[in-house]
Write a protein that binds this ligand. Structure first.
Ligand SMILES: C[S@@+](CC[C@H](N)C(=O)[O-])C[C@H]1O[C@@H](n2cnc3c(N)ncnc32)[C@H](O)[C@@H]1O
Length: 476
């Protein structure tokens, strides 16, 4: 009976769409189908998968690998060609990319990857590559999503993912830790990470004396450049080389301890780093604002919430403590994001702070301009908070106020936007020393723009200030 129902479901269903980023491995591909992910395998991949299945199940139980089960046999009909096995996985609520992770997040992902490699190696397996896109976050907890990159380990095999690991994890982290350059735009501009060869150009001769930098970055970059300039490549060469298991393990352990110790220069304060403790509100005004957010969450019960300009996450936490299950915070301040990520690690709440410069959100890009999806097609939530945020776009970045309001109301169907008027000290500071070209920046224009896109269901003047919190519900 169940089987017949499945067949009908399959006959009526639209064909699964291949996940745009899943084209690199012809032996196994990933598809969206209804509310799940399907993963196909050819016979060679299925044999390898079966050999690692027990280890994978253990990783699932430990929360380190996304769950899997065999798809109903009827679903095999959806695919053409020689498919030996089809798995199904739960759909992750959102996919994020390394160029959206904080330094702290990227570091957590790097350590997660290395620990996974070490543990797999102990059981006779390894990862076939080291792409950072195979790590995803649930809150601040990393999890692995690419089952087919778990392969049997052959004694003495080289670590083929070494260069990829360095360029997708290590170099972006060093960029910040050595030079205080954030990785986001370099990574987003080159989806495969930050090329070691480019990083080497930034180093001075004293860096050449660092054994770790030399072994993992400088030497491989130099060898790569001499290999690409050779007219004839000796293909037998790499086949003859061996990396003994102990040496492989030592390499992984060395990277683990190096990355664990990487820090950012906290002496270099960012504008927004100390904002939560040092801002233009009084403590009473801040707690009044928190109370308003708490009441909104208690009344509207959003399961997921997006917090634009989250800073270190204070209001995401108010939402989480008042019934929201999950908060995704966005900010462009690297120090605030690191503090927010550390806070999430220290609490058991589902809070993921991500890098977003709202003036230039992640675009759809990569192969076919679809390989990596843009901000608006990937992130959705039941509610949005845009607190003390709109003036950063409308005044500091000259975005027409109505467009700021329209953008925020597209992020979620309901939420709270705080309007900060010109008389406010922060806006006065923003306008100091520049011409005030914002004749239509006022609360009336804000309210009118909001009413074009949404219904205002409540508003609240923060006592002792001229800032107003507007609760809206989008008109569909
Ligand atoms: C005034 S603080 C507000 C923090 C918090 N929402 C609150 O109400 O207390 C503004 C925050 O917005 C962030 N921000 C400003 N411009 C931004 C932009 N273009 N993209 C993302 N975040 C931005 C700042 O880094 C800062 O953390």
């Amino acid at each position: 009976m169940a089987r017949m129902a499945d067949s009908k479901l399959v006959a009526a269903a639209p064909r699964p769409g291949r996940v745009a980023g899943s084209f690199r491995d012809p032996s196994g591909q990933v598809f969206h189908f209804q509310d799940r992910i399907l993963r196909t395998m050819d016979s060679a991949a299925a044999i390898e998968f079966a050999s690692a299945e027990r280890v994978m199940r253990q990783l699932v139980d430990e929360g380190r690998l996304v769950d899997f089960s065999d798809a109903e046999p009827s679903l095999h009909q959806l695919f053409q060609g020689s498919i030996a096995r089809v798995l199904q996985h739960p759909l992750l609520e959102q996919i994020t990319y390394p160029y959206e992770w904080s330094f702290a997040g990227l570091k957590a992902a790097a350590l997660f990857h290395l620990q996974l490699q070490l543990d797999l190696l102990d059981q006779g397996f390894c990862l076939s590559d080291a792409t950072a896109y195979n790590v995803q976050f649930e809150g601040s907890r990393p999890t692995f999503i690419d089952h087919l990159s778990i392969k049997p380990y052959r004694d003495g095999q080289l670590w083929y993912g070494h260069k990829q690991f360095c360029e997708q994890f290590l170099v972006p982290l060093l960029l910040r830790s050595v030079f205080d350059i954030t990785h986001h735009s370099w990574y987003r501009g080159n989806l495969e990470g930050v090329p070691s060869a480019d990083f080497v150009k930034l180093l001075s001769t004293r860096h050449w004396f660092s054994h770790k930098l030399f072994m993992h970055i400088i030497l491989p970059a130099k060898l790569q450049s001499s290999r690409t300039s050779q007219t004839k490549v000796d293909l037998g060469d790499s086949r003859a080389r061996r990396l003994p298991k102990d040496a492989f393990r030592a390499m992984l352990a060395q990277l683990y301890s190096w990355i664990s110790g990487l820090k950012v220069d906290v002496g270099k304060q960012s504008v927004w780093q100390g904002y939560a403790a040092n801002n233009t509100y009084t403590a009473t005004q801040r707690s009044d604002k928190g109370q308003y957010v708490a009441e909104f969450v208690a009344q509207h019960k959003p399961r997921t919430i997006i917090d634009l300009g989250c800073n270190t996450g204070d209001f995401s936490y108010v939402a989480l403590e008042n019934g929201a299950e999950k908060a995704i915070g966005f900010d462009f301040d690297p120090h605030a994001l690191d503090a927010a990520f550390d806070r999430s690690v220290q609490t058991s709440k589902n809070f993921l702070p991500l890098y977003l410069d709202a003036r230039n959100p992640s675009p759809s890009q990569g192969w076919g301009e679809r390989e990596r999806q843009g901000f608006s097609s990937r992130f959705s939530a039941d509610a949005v908070l845009a607190l003390a945020f709109e003036h950063h776009l409308a005044i500091a970045h000259n975005v027409p106020l109505a467009e700021v309001v329209a953008w925020v109301t597209q992020v979620a169907p309901k939420g709270i936007i705080e309007f900060v008027p010109k008389e406010d000290e922060t806006v006065r500071r923003m306008l100091a020393g520049r011409e005030d070209i914002f004749s239509d920046y006022n609360e009336e224009a804000f309210a009118s723009a909001l009413s074009q896109k949404a219904r205002v269901v409540n508003k609240h003047l923060i006592p002792g200030s001229k800032r107003t919190l507007y609760t809206f519900e989008r008109s569909e």
